[in-house]
Design a protein around this ligand. Structure first.
Ligand code: AR6
Length: 183
């Protein structure tokens, strides 16, 4: 699914985020930047060991939840790798929506600061971190659309959903939110 909005293109696809041909790929990291399963596992497996060597050296204190840091891409097919730390779901009353929004915003800021025209995201926090998917979809789409409205960049933002079910859910939320904004 592709949507033109605010002079940019929002794309939703089903697939593996580590395989996307874009300027910047976003990893679903943890605050220790220690590597892990899911997206993080795929990124480090495909990208090779130089990524974790670099993040250990540059970010010894890790990255706070709700934010993101950048590294080189190792062997991934992109120029920049962004390690975004979404929140662990604790029921929704502990700042999870603000933190999820923050992780998307900081990632988009880093992408634009590094002049990346295209960026691919996984659905942060919706796997091991347990964020309910429908709520995550709403926060995610609002965060991305707000950023595009304010900055008219990056030119392409791609959300990469792992399953067909997630693709359908996020696409429905995207359509609803864009229709509302376009009036
Ligand atoms: N490409 C795109 N989406 C994927 C992929 C992939 N290769 N693999 C899984 N997903 P998760 P989180 C989907 O668990 O919830 C790690 O151990 C998956 O179905 O990767 O933010 C880290 O080290 C789900 O919808 O990230 C952290 O400790 C979404 O991506 C922790 O997990 C996110 O699932 C982060 O948890």
């Amino acid at each position: 699914m592709q949507i033109e909005i605010y002079g940019c293109r929002l794309e939703l696809v089903q697939g593996d985020v580590s395989e996307q041909q874009v300027d910047a790929i976003v990893n679903a990291a943890n605050s220790r930047l220690a590597g892990g399963s899911g997206v993080d596992g795929a990124i480090h497996a495909r990208g090779g060991p130089t990524i974790i060597e670099e993040t250990r050296r540059r970010y010894p204190g890790g990255c706070p939840t709700g934010s993101a840091v950048a590294s080189g891409p190792g062997e991934l097919p992109c120029r920049l790798l962004i390690h975004a730390v979404g929140p662990i779901w604790h029921g929704g009353g502990q700042g999870e929506p603000e933190q999820l929004r923050g992780a998307y915003r900081k990632s988009l800021e880093l992408a634009t600061e590094h002049s990346c025209e295209s960026v691919a995201f996984p659905a942060l926090s919706t796997g091991a971190y347990g964020y309910p998917k429908s709520q995550a979809a709403n926060v995610t789409l609002a965060a991305i659309l707000d950023f595009l409205a304010e900055h008219a960049a990056p030119a392409v933002v791609r959300l990469v959903l792992f399953t067909q079910e997630d693709y359908k859910l996020f696409s429905a939320v995207a359509k609803e939110r864009v229709d509302k904004r376009k009036g």
